[in-house]
Design a protein around this ligand. Structure first.
Ligand SMILES: O=C(O)CCC(=O)C(=O)O
Length: 572
């Protein structure tokens, strides 16, 4: 499986420098027109997405479909991204040559189109042309700074609304590629000791080391928005891989491998909830439980009629199943397998309790990029091991209960809490990044044939126990699929919004932004948020195999009870 990953095409182990920069757990999608093109037959979408002909022509595939994400039409741009790289492993020289030629031929036309759009079109066009010019002159410091000016102008435009025209996306991809090229060239010149680095820092003060990983991930995010593979430039896969590699090397610099590194990941996320959590779960009020149905006995048509059309949440049990195109549960639980498949790929990781961050949280650290394998080895695997110890100790404790034992157990627990950290790669386009993993995901027929690159997303959520995604709502229908581990989810209907203290949305003008609540759901400050006591909610604990349907606009709060791997599908 690992051999199928484009990352494996690298032969060398270059060391490099790049401090990783952060990002928020919930990020607005930079684009997204309203849903105007879904053809309607009898009020519902027509199946046209490659999931195959269904038994009911109004919907996607029948529930026995085996279409994996990798083969799905919404994944066409990602396939195009990596096919170029698979044919020929990227080198910095080849990437820069292809980018320079591409910028020379397309920048003038893109810039002309940008100028028609206010308020930032002029600034974006000037910066793009200056970037293409600097590329042609091989002035890498200027390439990096002009390209950054272009991406800044694009970001300011997004504060006013969606991308006004596709020229903005073309410009953004060219500028992100140029930022990568500029930074990598400056760094490599610096390593070769030819003085280019010195001139870079004196002329423009560019931060060549800063944010290379986040630029690579933003370039990847642009691919996730692209419905047409013809719009993926041939150099883009190489650019992303080279930047990721540099960023991962930087994050690993100084870390001395230990003999236990490999054995640490030889573990499985537990199949069952630990005993105390089983007790906690059993005490949840059944009157508030989200309805559960079997995915095997619910057709997409019945799902649409009973749940999607009525904005009613539901848990579809056994949706994540091998018979529906998913890798088997034991594969998703297997940390060594995930490490082999995509361990060297760069992911954005947030640390600490995360999400409910209106309250001061001493454990909360910044987000930074790191390799998925390092997240697994340093955060998830130790937690799996310590929860296994806990289970064993709990059994022992019931057998021996002298005060001395109690003291020892307490000390052990305190040390454990100190050593454990909460870490979360959330809302990440891992499947667009790692084709091997995209082959493990079955596209649920319950997305009703409406999964489209430019009108939704497929995200991975991989983390330790204790991650919290703050109460928020998204502008999409949502199927949150639980592949490994357990999550507590609480849902508030859109009618409860008046009790939820919604914050001003990020990128307010953009239709694809999400809205977050200021309330810390499981520990609310009722002096600050008194109305929250009135908000009605439903709740559930997601188990491996479950898929939770959350209607568009429904408020949701999620806390991982164990280490966890989830995949969510957004569609419109
Ligand atoms: O699983 C989580 O932590 C959050 C999931 C979520 O917010 C979503 O699916 O939109």
């Amino acid at each position: 499986m690992g051999g199928e990953d484009a990352w494996d095409l690298f032969g060398s182990d270059d060391e490099g420098a790049n401090p990783a920069a952060g990002g928020a757990s919930k990020r607005p999608r930079p684009d997204g027109p309203p849903d105007v093109s879904v053809a309607a037959v009898g009020g519902v979408g027509v199946a046209s997405d490659g999931t195959g002909a269904g038994s009911d022509a109004r919907f996607g595939a029948p529930e026995t479909s085996h279409t994996t994400l990798h083969d799905h039409v919404s994944f066409a741009a990602a396939r195009a991204l990596w096919s170029g790289v698979e044919r020929r492993p990227p080198t910095l020289e080849a990437f820069v040559a292809a980018l320079t030629a591409d910028a020379k031929s397309r920048a003038p036309e893109v810039a002309t189109a940008l100028r028609a759009h206010r308020p930032e079109g002029g600034a974006a066009a000037d910066a793009l042309l200056a970037t293409a010019d600097a590329l042609a002159r091989r002035d890498w410091a200027s390439v990096a700074s002009h390209a950054e000016a272009a991406t800044d102008a694009h970001a300011r435009q997004l504060d006013h609304g969606n991308w006004p025209h596709e020229c903005w996306q073309r410009s953004h991809v060219l500028a992100l590629g140029s930022r990568i090229a500029g930074s990598l060239r400056v760094l490599s010149s610096d390593e070769n000791g030819d003085g280019v680095r010195r001139s870079a820092s004196t002329t423009s003060g560019i931060r060549t080391n800063d944010g290379l990983g986040s630029v690579a991930l933003e370039a990847l995010a642009m691919v996730t928005l692209e419905p047409d593979p013809a719009n993926v430039p041939i150099w883009l896969g190489g650019a992303i891989l080279l930047a990721e590699k540099q960023s991962v090397a930087r994050a690993r610099r100084g870390r001395v491998p230990t003999p236990s590194d490999e054995t640490r990941t030889q573990s499985l996320i537990p199949k069952a909830l630990p005993a105390p959590l089983r007790t906690w779960t059993a005490r949840l009020d059944p009157a508030r439980a989200v309805a559960r149905v079997s995915a095997d006995t619910t057709s997409p048509a019945a799902f649409h009629e009973t749940f999607a059309r009525r904005n009613t949440p539901v848990v579809l049990e056994d949706c994540v199943a091998a018979r529906r195109g998913w890798a088997p549960p034991d594969t998703w639980r297997d940390l060594a397998f995930l490490t082999d498949a995509a361990g060297d790929r760069l992911v954005p990781v947030a640390f600490g309790g995360h999400g409910d961050d209106d309250v001061e949280d001493a454990t909360l650290e910044a987000t930074r990029e790191m390799a998925l394998g390092d997240l697994i080895r340093d955060f998830i695997a130790p937690q799996v091991a310590s929860s296994r110890d806990d289970e064993e100790n709990a059994e022992e404790e019931t057998e021996s209960s002298s005060p001395r034992d109690g003291e020892r157990n307490e000390k052990r627990k305190n040390e454990k809490t100190k050593n454990e950290k909460i870490a979360y790669a959330s809302q990440h386009a891992l499947f667009h990044q790692a084709p091997a993993l995209a082959r493990m995901v079955g596209v649920p027929a319950f997305t009703l044939g409406r999964l489209k690159a430019d009108r939704g997303a497929v995200n991975a959520w991989v983390g330790t126990a204790g991650t919290r995604t703050a109460l928020h709502r998204d502008p999409y229908q949502n199927l949150l699929c639980q592949c490994a581990g357990f999550k507590y989810v609480r849902l508030y209907d859109a009618r409860e919004t008046r009790f939820l203290y919604a914050e001003k949305p990020l990128c307010e003008g953009n239709e694809n932004t999400f809205t977050k609540s200021a309330v810390r759901v499981e520990d609310p400050d009722l002096k600050r948020h008194p109305l929250f006591a009135k908000a009605a909610f439903v709740e559930t604990v997601l188990r491996p195999g479950d898929a939770l349907f959350m209607p568009k606009g429904m408020w949701h709060y999620v806390r991982a009870l164990t280490p966890s791997v989830s995949v969510n599908f957004w569609w419109n």
